[in-house]
Design a protein around this ligand. Sequence first.
Ligand code: WTA
Length: 670
Amino acid sequence: MTSTADGTGLDAVGTDIVGTDDVSLERELDQLLAVERFDPPPDFVSRWYRPADAAAAAADPPAFWAEQARTLLDWDTPFTTVLDDSNPPFYRWFTDGRLNVSANCLDRHVAAGRGDKVAIHWVGEEGERRRVTYSDLLADTQRLANGLKELGVGKGDVVGIFLPMIPEVAVAMLACARIGAVHNVVFGGFAPSAVRERMEVSDAKVLITVDGARRKGRTAPVKEAVDAELGDLKALEHIVVVRSTGIAAPIREGRDVWYHELLERADPVAPPEPLDAEHPLFILYSSGSTAKPKGILHTTGGYLTGATYTHRLVFDLDADSDVYWCSADVGWITGHSYIVYGPLSNGATSVMFEGAPDYPDRDIWWKIIEEFKVTIFYTAPTAIRTCIKWGPQYPGRHDLSSLRLLGTVGEPINPKAWLWYHKVIGGGRCPIVDTWWQTETGAILISPLPGVTSTKPGSATTPLPGIFPALLSEDGQPVTEGTGVLVITKPWPSMLRTLYRDDERYVQTYFSRFGRDVYVVGDAARLDADGYFWIIGRIDDVINVSGHRLSTAEVESAIVSHELVAEAAVVAQSDEQTGQAIVAFVTLTGNQSGDDATIAELREHVATRIGKLARPKRVIWADDLPKTRSGKIMRRLLRDIAEGRELGDVTTLRDPDVVAALAGKVAQAD
Ligand code: WTA
């Protein structure tokens, strides 16, 4: 560890308001805040990084990626074309090659004699354990692949997946990949109406779901709720139901089928279908700047190249000895790339945990790490901040000495949370990889490499080989030091290919601002004098709550669908725990005034429309909302009001009195 304590940038990201009860720890962390740069531990030697790779990637990016695709994956038909960039931004990679993702994740490991190796150590909420080997996964995947075919699912058909964190979710995804069906996973925390929307817009033919889902000792009747919302969807022909909790689940004869019955009667052999490299692998809906979620589409060869390459390199994976755990949910891109596809393609052993981090007690994560001797742990800053709030006594109960590498993802990490993670969880010895990426990018793009990159708490540091980020000023000029809009200037294999059935929105959202060959990320960032990237946050109307993306428009439309509401505007407010929190300014019909019961009702209403994660933390009653003369709500001002800041420019407002009234009201309430 070296100290060049000039403090540069340490307070650039987030706020350092996280406190701990432990006075000596607090003092130590405060001292560490003065350390600007942490050099890699001298005994940590990267297994996969070669300086020559970076040089090769810089000299000829497509050739570099072709080399990764060839060495990391098995191809049924080798590709000869690497990158087709004849029609930007519709890039195509490895176009004439054919491969199957499930064969790369399963068959090749079993064929190499590693069938008995544990793929997933599953830990259930009530303490159950399941050891799922590569052979087990392959057997179930083949049967489900045949089962799906029996239900009429063919190549290119969309299959919805709405499952909790159980091994069947991996089987479901891999079975789709095996036959060329396109999966559309919906995060288990979303409400059934959000599932309905995602199934409807993608014309899902089959939905794979569960009888019930457990959360902190309670079981929610998922199938019943799904039926109530999705029963009449025209395109949806069948629902496959995993029996997970044993809670009663209505089964409609002819439409619904139990997962275990489907597997029992299915032929055990389903050869993997060789698919074009550009065959769609999955759609994952993510929030954008309108209420309509974006169906981000990833394809086969490029995506798997990216997930496999980055998982091995960034996590310094030794598939023979590491036990890897990513605590994300499989319903997010992090789960797709770093619970399912990356780890399985690399033949890793992972932990999968069904439950909540505080059930049965707040030490459950650390208990699992001790029991399975987890070596690599990947989580979100919001989770770390929650653990800080709970206190170091919980990790302190367990032996965490197996850990050798830590990672974070999803939002900027404030330096103090980084230091706590480093010190309390990593024992001061584990490098931390702060990985920046997005649903759209498919795989990590900016991250330290353990054993190679010196880290600065709060910075995602530098791009991976083959990735070319840059900062541009508002008018498109390159920024070499300072803040700007983050863009990626060259295509990479795991990038999204389009928005499902909406090429126009794809071009418009990502490739219209600075030309058709410059990918606009949607984040602002700062570049320091060492060329390190510091992600500041979103520049669009996307709110990042605990690392989950939500659009202001999506939440607003849920609120205004309540009969009492006339108008609503939603903004983000910085939050100690969740990074950002949702604040809703609400005008009720007939200028009624709301009370606490109305707030509770609105929050509940949003939970049933989108999911609990979208509930506003604060509801502020507004007689009127600040609007421009053309009628646009000025969210910037609302943010200033919510955060108690001095108000910015109000000259473009139709009625400047509105903001003053609101600001006065909020100040009083606080
Ligand atoms: C944010 C999650 C700072 C960013 C993989 C991005 C981050 C959005 C980081 C994507 C990080 C993700 N540091 N910000 N390490 N990682 N973000 O699509 O704003 O759910 O645009 O993908 O999360 O969120 P998404």
